[in-house]
Design a protein around this ligand. Sequence first.
Ligand SMILES: O=C(O)CCC(=O)C(=O)O
Length: 172
Amino acid sequence: MTYDYKWPRAVAHGGNTGAHYDVVYMGRGTKNVYTMWTPFGDTPLELGTLAMCLGSQHFSKIRQTYGEMDVDRDNVATGWFSEDPVEIVDTFGGRWATTSFEAGDAIIFGMYMMHTSLNNMTDRYRISSDTRYQLASEPVDERWVGRKPKGHYAWGKTTPKPVADARKEWGV
Ligand SMILES: O=C(O)CCC(=O)C(=O)O
């Protein structure tokens, strides 16, 4: 099955997405959910491709702390683990990887794959979508299914805790 909720994105000049695990946004059902990131059209690096931290699925301390977070329950801004990809590999290991994408390409990855996006250095929007898939036989995160999925119902509604504070508490 696929989540009924879809995430279309238009990222403007200078925009990017910080490094995160998707599980913090959609971890209430099975953890065996897969994200498919689909750029709409040819997407060279300078338009802001998605980058994967290879090996990050094995960062056990991050999985046991940040990876247990739920943004609606814990209200941590921004949900991103870090806005500094170099800090992550320097501290925890792994290796960043990306590529230019062509129309028709997509990348599929699991909930514990740390990913980020490159900055959009152009004057064009980078248009893409994130869609999610899991086995229909496994429990589903109720926020993302139905005719009108409720989505993030609490996150950001009150003053959020900065991730830097949360990371101090987690010791990562
Ligand atoms: O497109 C982006 O900038 C971020 C996408 C993303 O984080 C995701 O697909 O989970």
